[in-house]
Design a protein around this ligand. Structure first.
Ligand SMILES: *[C@@H]1O[C@H](CO)[C@@H](O)[C@H](O)[C@H]1NC(C)=O
Ligand SMILES: *[C@@H]1O[C@H](CO)[C@@H](O)[C@H](O)[C@H]1NC(C)=O
Ligand SMILES: *[C@@H]1O[C@H](CO)[C@@H](O)[C@H](O)[C@H]1NC(C)=O
Ligand SMILES: *[C@@H]1O[C@H](CO)[C@@H](O)[C@H](O)[C@H]1NC(C)=O
Ligand SMILES: *[C@@H]1O[C@H](CO)[C@@H](O)[C@H](O)[C@H]1NC(C)=O
Ligand SMILES: *[C@@H]1O[C@H](CO)[C@@H](O)[C@H](O)[C@H]1NC(C)=O
Ligand SMILES: *[C@@H]1O[C@H](CO)[C@@H](O)[C@H](O)[C@H]1NC(C)=O
Ligand SMILES: *[C@@H]1O[C@H](CO)[C@@H](O)[C@H](O)[C@H]1NC(C)=O
Ligand SMILES: *[C@@H]1O[C@H](CO)[C@@H](O)[C@H](O)[C@H]1NC(C)=O
Ligand SMILES: *[C@@H]1O[C@H](CO)[C@@H](O)[C@H](O)[C@H]1NC(C)=O
Length: 854
């Protein structure tokens, strides 16, 4: 609705008021007032469609109620209509309004002043909206207000200095009011109900002269504020008080004994304060009390015998205090008790059978006390839904239970006791069990396969319970299992393949057992898995690569097993901390110092002597052409050697073993090589065009030397000889300028240029006066060339054995120079690289000499 219309309507409203004195039939104020209201707000569901300004009165409109005699609007009920926008002024024209209710809408902004102009307004309900700002100043002046509900808005600031003395119900909860309660509240002597819960109110209410004097009060809810101070005595004249909730404040001192004299109390909640002392004896008279909570205080003393006289109790929460002593047997008097929490006190002794006589009990929490003795059998005959006896000193076995509890029990926590013996077979019938925690006991039993029968089981925690034997695969018949923790037992045998059936699992923790065998690949079916802990077992083999598909993994620990091989490439495996993978037999990771072992038939040892190799002269092989190894499993290894060896030729050394070099990179290289060997398909992602790369600035090679392309260069080259991995050519790049070119036999060893480039560049960095540098390479998926300077003076082998008459034989000083130069070259490879490049096959044919025997 446009503001223009709003202004027009307001204008006509004012005119009608101005003219009212003159005209015999006044225009209806209320129609205009409501039309202004309608025009100010958004009404998405057209709930106010019947509101039309042409009507004489609004009495026929929906949500509007008129007084039959006067035809004046007395009630406006616009709850839950999805209205939004801000309240306009002008509602004060509805002068006979009794009740205005706008709750559960989306109305926002401040509440306009003027409500005090409505002499008959009894009830104002603005709850569950987005109203904000401070309350209008004229609220205290509203002459007839009895019911004020502003709950669940965003009002802030201090409360008004007073409230109308006619007020009966004051509901302000769930706002952001701050500051103290007005001291004038005691003047609202009709007050029945005050609920200011969940604000930021503070200060120390004057109970004696305030609340305790409002004798009609039935409900006091000050919970969830920052009130402090002592709860004064003197409430004994609150004969009507039914509910007192002072929870979650900062009250201290003792519990006022006078409360016991409020005969109609049905709920007392003093939890989350700092009260001390003991429960006042007068509470024994609270025979109508249904609910008593004093949890999270500092109360002490014994749980009194008379507790059994509060016979109406349904909820009793004394948890998180300092109560001592035994449980009174009078508890058996609480026949309606359904919720009993005594957790985290200093209670001791046995759990009396009398608890089992609270036949309606459905939730029982005794966690964190010092109860000893056995679990009363009878407890398992009740219709309990939740039983938490954890962290006590209970002994004996688990009671077998009854048909009754089998139907009801959802939550069973007996953890951290000394319970022994097996999980009773009857438990298989507990079909509603969702949570079972028997951890930190001494069960000394096997894992019953029946656990899989709990169809609704989501959490099974049996850590450190002295379990032995195998993990039954049936466990995962219960497909709702989300948390499975079996750490710290003596479980043996393999992790069952059926673990993959636990499809809802997000935490799987089997650490600190004696499990053997492989990590099952079916774990990769656990798509929701976030935490996988397998440390300290005897698991063997490789981690299945499929685990890399687990996208939700946040934490994995496989340390201290007997695992080998590479980590899966996906998921978080490549970023695992060292502490998560150490202590295995040979995980391949740059982070662990242990050797990398692969479960492949041949270990990754780059020993050229291990393979067919001609006469071992790789630069120039006379005699039979050495074969390329045929077997796939070591083709992959030889692929590495091909690179290494080819480079070494050019460096003037023979074969290099690159130990400890960044394992990951190397492994993926190996992978790629293996793949390309095993399948003839070429990757389409490889660029088809050749790429010439020349290393360094000051290089005798220039890219202009290859204007005609590497192919034409190779056409003119003369073969010098063949090695294991390629043929060496002498190629002319210009007049009197030659390069040595090694053309790798095995085209497509490395299908990706990036991988090839990275590998070759590492070795291209080897620069030393005694090393023949790698000058560059040429790469296409089909042809790979490595280039270095041509050494015209041949090798040491040639000088020693094939010299003929061309050159004089080597003198001893020359031989020494050759030895020293060789040693310096090797030292550079060993010491200047991290990881070091290890020379593998130094021999005369790989030592090239210049004319000065360098
Ligand atoms: C209130 O507004 C929100 C969006 O601001 C909307 O999602 C919600 O449905 C509205 N509530 C009502 C009762 O109309
Ligand atoms: C006080 O108001 C809150 C919010 O409406 C409500 O949840 C609570 O039950 C009320 N307290 C009492 C004692 O009625
Ligand atoms: C008392 O108030 C707190 C916080 O508002 C609430 O959680 C609790 O349920 C209330 N107690 C009773 C008995 O209503
Ligand atoms: C409970 O009340 C009955 C009678 O009202 C009384 O005989 C009994 O002694 C009381 N028990 C305790 C433990 O105070
Ligand atoms: C339980 O502990 C108490 C000491 O707190 C001891 O006197 C009693 O013998 C114990 N009972 C059993 C069954 O261990
Ligand atoms: C099982 O109980 C132990 C000891 O009370 C506790 O630390 C652990 O968090 C519980 N396990 C689960 C899954 O709640
Ligand atoms: C437990 O599972 C059954 C089906 O196996 C289902 O009908 C029942 O609602 C579940 N109970 C709970 C408490 O989820
Ligand atoms: C459980 O896993 C086993 C082996 O992994 C499989 O044969 C079986 O069909 C699975 N059962 C269910 C119910 O998925
Ligand atoms: C693993 O196996 C070895 C030998 O088989 C054994 O000595 C060791 O105790 C086992 N470790 C665990 C945690 O079971
Ligand atoms: C893996 O488990 C070991 C042994 O419990 C522990 O020392 C290490 O901190 C864990 N690492 C990670 C990353 O969880």
């Amino acid at each position: 609705m446009s503001t223009l219309l709003q202004i027009l309507l307001l204008f006509s409203l004012l005119c009608s008021i101005a003219s009212a004195t003159e005209l015999p039939v006044p225009l209806n104020d209320e129609v205009l007032s409501l039309i202004v209201f309608k025009s100010s707000i958004t009404d998405p569901n057209a709930a106010l469609a019947t509101w039309t300004e042409s009507d004489a009165t609004p009495c026929s409109w929906t949500h509007v109620e008129c007084d039959a005699a006067t035809s004046r609007v007395v009630r406006l009920s616009l709850d839950s209509l999805g209205l939004s926008g801000e309240l306009p002024r002008g509602l004060d024209r509805l002068t006979s309004l009794h009740s205005l209710s706008l709750s559960h809408n989306n109305l926002s902004g401040p509440v306009p002043a003027g409500l005090s102009l409505l002499p008959d307004l009894h009830s104002l309900d603005l709850s569950y909206n987005y109203f904000s700002g401070i309350l209008p100043e004229d609220i205290p002046l509203m002459p007839s207000l009895r019911y004020l509900d502003l709950s669940f808005n965003s009002f802030s600031g201090p409360l008004p200095g007073s409230f109308p003395s006619s007020l009966r119900f004051l509901m302000l909860s769930g706002n952001r009011f701050s500051g103290p309660l007005p001291s004038t509240l005691s003047q609202c002597s009709f007050l029945l109900h005050i609920n200011v819960s969940n604000n930021q109110l503070s200060g120390s209410p004057d109970f004696s002269n305030g609340f305790w004097s409002l004798t009609r009060l039935r409900v006091i809810d000050l919970s969830g504020n920052q009130f402090s101070g002592v709860l004064a005595e003197g409430m004994s004249n609150l004969r009507s008080l039914k509910v007192l909730n002072l929870s979650r404040n900062r009250f201290y001192g003792s519990v006022p004994a006078g409360l016991g004299l409020c005969p109609h109390l049905s709920a007392v909640d003093l939890s989350y304060n700092a009260l001390d002392g003991s429960l006042p004896d007068s509470f024994r008279y609270l025979t109508s009390l249904l609910s008593l909570s004093v949890s999270n205080n500092r109360l002490s003393g014994q749980i009194p015998d008379w507790i059994g006289n509060m016979s109406a109790l349904q909820t009793l929460d004394l948890s998180n205090n300092k109560f001592t002593g035994n449980l009174p047997s009078s508890l058996s008097g609480l026949k309606d008790l359904s919720y009993l929490s005594l957790s985290n006190n200093l209670l001791s002794g046995v759990i009396p059978d009398s608890v089992s006589q609270c036949t309606r009990l459905s939730e029982l929490y005794l966690r964190g006390n010092s109860f000893n003795g056995t679990i009363p059998q009878a407890l398992f005959n009740l219709g309990l839904e939740l039983l938490d006896l954890s962290s006590n000193g209970l002994t004996g076995t688990m009671p077998p239970g009854s048909a009754h509890i089998a139907e009801t029990l959802r939550w069973l926590d007996l953890s951290n006791n000394d319970i022994t013996g097996t999980i009773p077979a009857e438990m298989a019938l507990y079909y509603n069990l969702k949570y079972v925690n028997l951890s930190w006991n001494g069960l000394k039993s096997q894992l019953p396969p029946e656990l899989g029968l709990f169809k609704n089981l989501t959490v099974l925690d049996l850590r450190s319970s002295e379990l032995y034997g195998a993990i039954p695969g049936e466990l995962c018949d219960s497909s709702s299992l989300a948390v499975l923790q079996l750490d710290g037992n003596s479980l043996s045998g393999p992790i069952p393949e059926e673990i993959g059936n636990c499809s809802a699992l997000y935490l799987l923790s089997l650490a600190h057992n004696s499990l053997t065998g492989p990590v099952p690949a079916s774990i990769s079916d656990l798509k929701r898995l976030e935490i996988l802990r397998l440390e300290y077992n005897n698991l063997t083999g490789e981690i299945p690569q499929q685990l890399g598909t687990l996208q939700n993994l946040l934490a994995v620990n496989i340390s201290n097993n007997r695992l080998v091989g590479r980590l899966p490439t996906g998921s978080i495996f490549q970023t695992l901390d060292q502490s998560a993978i150490e202590g295995n037999l040979g995980i391949c990771s740059p982070l662990v110092s242990e050797p990398c072992k692969m479960n492949v038939p041949k270990p990754l040892v780059l020993d050229p002597n291990a393979y067919p190799h001609g006469n071992g002269n790789d630069l120039v092989t006379y005699g039979s052409r050495p074969g390329i190894p045929k077997r796939h499993n070591f083709l992959s290894v030889s692929a590495i050697i091909a690179i290494s060896a080819a480079l070494v030729i050019i460096l003037g050394v023979m074969v290099i073993t690159l130990l400890n070099i960044s394992a990951r990179r190397r492994i993926s290289l190996l992978d790629n090589a293996l793949e390309s060997m095993c399948s003839s398909s070429t990757r389409s992602s490889s660029p088809g065009v050749g790429k010439m790369v020349i290393f360094g600035q000051k290089n005798s090679l220039r890219s202009e030397d290859f204007v005609d392309g590497a192919e034409s260069l190779m056409n003119k080259a003369t073969e010098l000889g063949q090695g294991v991995f390629g043929t060496v050519y002498k190629a002319s790049i210009a007049q009197d300028r030659f390069v040595a070119v090694k053309k790798l036999f095995t085209a497509n060893i490395i299908p990706y240029h990036d991988d090839f480039d990275r590998e070759v560049r590492i070795l291209g960095k080897a620069r030393h006066p005694n090393l023949m540098p790698l000058k560059g390479y040429y790469w296409t998926p089909q042809m790979q060339l490595l280039m270095s300077d041509y050494a015209p003076y041949g090798s040491l082998h040639a000088r020693l054995h094939e010299n003929g008459d061309k050159m004089p034989g080597l003198t001893w000083p020359e031989r020494f120079k050759v030895a020293l130069g060789t040693a310096k070259g090797l030292a550079h490879l060993h010491q200047s690289f991290k990881p070091p490049i290890i020379h593998y096959n130094i021999k005369p044919s790989n030592i090239l000499l210049d004319e000065n025997c360098n």
